[in-house]
Write a protein that binds this ligand. Structure first.
Ligand code: ZN
Ligand code: ZN
Length: 301
């Protein structure tokens, strides 16, 4: 299984257009790499690709990665998409892919996410032909696209409900399946990838999925619960926005101490001190053997 990080930032990216915080300023000045909004692409053969979330930066992300380029007029190697939740930074890229012509995408999400998304006029066309927006049943295996696409590829997906709510535009409701982690298995290589860019807590099911994965991309939005407030950027805590912080006594690093899975933090908010390689937060992450995703990072499982 080939995994390509298309984008590694939370909503807004780094730099964010209206932000001159230390991280955004460093990226804008070219002292650190810029980051587009979080999404990864997965393939077993390098020819057909699945996107895990589809960020508003998808057009630039496609251009930055040759295997996603069209090979003839009006063509795309992107077969389908899987969504973890209905946040605009995770499916807003659909509005960029309106010029699909006759190419139909197969999209999969929880029933809850599909219902929220297709109620929005901008996303509704993706539930109609030539597309199919299928339900990813919670906690059951399903095919990422369809059986025909899967011949010789043998990828399966499991959507694991995690702690979280529907997006702000839907009222932050507590609904089962509002946020899921996606477990992708390539049966032939027995490789297992977990993509969990958003979670408010690590419950037993998420912990078990992290332990079972070869590589787990985890929510790296915030290092501390109060960093937005402390930096004067916003009045909300990480947890109130549905993100468990990476650091602190109840943070992800503390909770996963001793785990053997390769952990890669992604979906980094521009407020996150982990983005500064000289910070203590960055050192803590590396100390525990975890990594920080970057745009264009590539792994082979
Ligand atoms: Zn996001
Ligand atoms: Zn900033």
């Amino acid at each position: 299984m080939i995994v390509r990080v298309l984008g590694s930032a939370a909503g807004g990216g780094v730099p964010q257009w209206n932000c001159a915080c230390a991280n955004c300023s460093a990226a804008r000045a070219g002292r650190r790499p810029t980051r587009s909004q979080s999404s990864i692409a997965v393939s077993t053969d390098g020819a057909r690709w699945l996107l895990l979330n589809c960020s508003p930066d998808v057009a630039a992300q496609i251009e930055a990665f040759a295997p996603l380029h069209p090979r003839q007029p009006r063509d795309t190697p992107i077969a389908g998409m899987l969504f973890t939740d209905a946040n605009v930074d995770h499916l807003g890229g659909l509005t960029v892919l309106r010029q699909h012509g006759t190419h139909g995408f197969v999209l999969r999400s929880s029933a809850a996410v599909r219902a929220i998304a297709v109620a929005q006029p901008a996303f509704a066309p993706f539930a109609r032909p030539p597309h199919r927006w299928l339900e990813a049943p919670l906690d059951a295996l399903c095919a990422p696209v369809d059986a025909e696409e899967l011949v010789g590829r043998q990828l399966t997906v499991r959507a694991i409900p995690v702690a979280g709510t529907t997006p702000g535009y839907d009222g932050r409701r507590h609904v089962r399946g509002a946020v899921v982690a996606l477990e992708i298995r390539a049966l032939r290589e027995s490789a297992r990838l977990l993509f969990a860019p958003v979670f408010a807590d690590i419950d037993d099911a998420l912990r078990a999925a992290i332990e079972a994965a070869d590589v787990a991309f985890l929510d790296g939005s915030f290092y501390s619960d109060d960093e937005l407030v402390a930096q004067g950027l916003a009045s909300k805590s990480a947890r109130s926005l549905g993100h468990q912080p990476v650091g602190g006594p109840n943070g992800t690093l503390a909770r996963l101490r001793g785990i053997r899975t390769r952990i890669v933090f992604t979906h980094l908010n521009n407020s996150n001190p982990m983005l500064d390689p000289d910070s203590e937060a960055h050192a803590r992450v590396r100390e525990l053997g975890a990594e920080i995703a970057f745009d264009a990072m590539e792994l082979v499982l």
